[in-house]
Design a protein. Structure first.
Length: 338
């Protein structure tokens, strides 16, 4: 889990800890972001989380996944100051990028992917996201270097790919899902492809707006297949069509020919402004979570199950709270389906 708590460098508490617990809630292992930053310095990523700093490893966020070899991949924020003109600014600007950190079974850094090394920083956030100095909110990690940082990527999910040992990362502020050359810690970190509007794939669909935007929980499901499922929040469609809803999508990818066939494009009947999840079910259907619906005095969420052809079969609503992710399980005792 990503947790609040003390680090070993400053007094920030929000999203500073990465912790594993057992089913009784006992801590099995734990690290904090400043301990990780100390190790990253030896890999050329120096961190000084103060107003006069030029770069800061600011906190864990959104996702940590356990790999088959016992390692853990976690997303962390990386602030960097850029000179006048960067991302259209007239003054020096703080840009909040992302790291993907490979931690070994002792939570020691084994490999790292740095967004600033592999992406074009001149392509600014499509939603012009701004993150305020302090502990951060609305998905932003803590901000240390300036009063406001550009929320450049806002990465929100990782998906490990058996066989190749690579991973997918979802970047909603770019409307892209990227495949990264990881190779179980032996890869170069190169971006192998970008899926989404303006990326490397041709969409094969009759829908005039097939591509997802501000997407969540993107991954190959089942693992090892060419079927990618994703929750489409749909921010770009919402700008065009005010009545648009969230969509649950399934894409069949032909990586060799760079084509993506949209085989399921289910209208979920509601619109969540953020978060969401996507999961395939044993019966051939799918479960999608619209996690942050806010039309009135309080937020609520809704899980929607659809059949294989996209028809809504079941919904369950949770009032008074948002839901970052949901997991459909047969019961509390059956082992998850591999």
């Amino acid at each position: 889990m990503l947790a609040d708590g003390a680090n070993s460098q400053n007094d920030m508490k929000r999203w500073q800890l990465l912790r594993e617990v057992d089913l009784l809630g006992n801590t099995v292992r734990e690290t904090n972001i400043s301990r990780v930053a100390e190790q990253l310095a030896g890999r050329g990523i120096r961190s000084r989380c103060m107003k006069d700093g030029q770069q800061c490893v600011s906190g864990f966020h959104h996702e940590a996944i356990r790999l088959p070899n016992g390692h853990t991949l976690a997303i962390a924020g990386l602030e960097r100051m850029f000179p006048d003109g960067a991302q259209g600014s007239k003054n020096p600007v703080d840009v909040l990028g992302d790291l993907v950190i490979d931690l070994d079974p002792d939570f020691q850094v084994a490999w790292v992917w740095n967004s600033f090394d592999h992406l074009d920083v001149s392509r600014a956030s499509l939603g012009d996201e701004k993150c305020q100095q302090g502990p951060g909110s609305d998905g932003c990690t803590p901000v240390f270097l300036a009063a406001t940082a550009n929320g450049w990527l806002h990465s929100n999910s990782l998906n490990y790919i058996p066989g190749s040992g690579d991973f997918l990362i979802s970047m909603p502020e770019q409307d892209w899902v990227l495949k990264i050359d990881y190779q179980d810690g032996k890869g170069s970190g190169k971006v192998l492809w970008r899926l989404g509007e303006g990326g490397d794939f041709q969409a094969k669909s009759n829908d005039p707006d097939p591509w997802f935007s501000y997407q969540h929980d993107a991954g190959f499901d089942p693992p090892g297949s060419k079927r990618l499922i994703v929750f489409d929040d749909g921010h770009q469609r919402k700008k065009k069509y005010p009545e648009a809803n969230n969509r649950g999508q399934v894409w069949e990818l032909d990586e060799e020919n760079r084509t993506a066939s949209l085989v399921l494009n289910a209208d979920l009947g509601v619109y969540a402004v953020a978060v969401g999840s996507a999961q395939s079910l044993a019966n051939g259907g799918f479960s999608f979570e619209s996690g942050f619906i806010n039309p009135g005095p309080s937020a609520y969420s809704r899980e929607t199950e659809v059949t294989a052809d996209g028809k809504i079969a079941y919904t369950q609503q949770l009032d008074g709270a948002l839901t970052y992710r949901s997991f459909r399980v047969p019961d509390l005792y059956t082992a998850p389906r591999k």
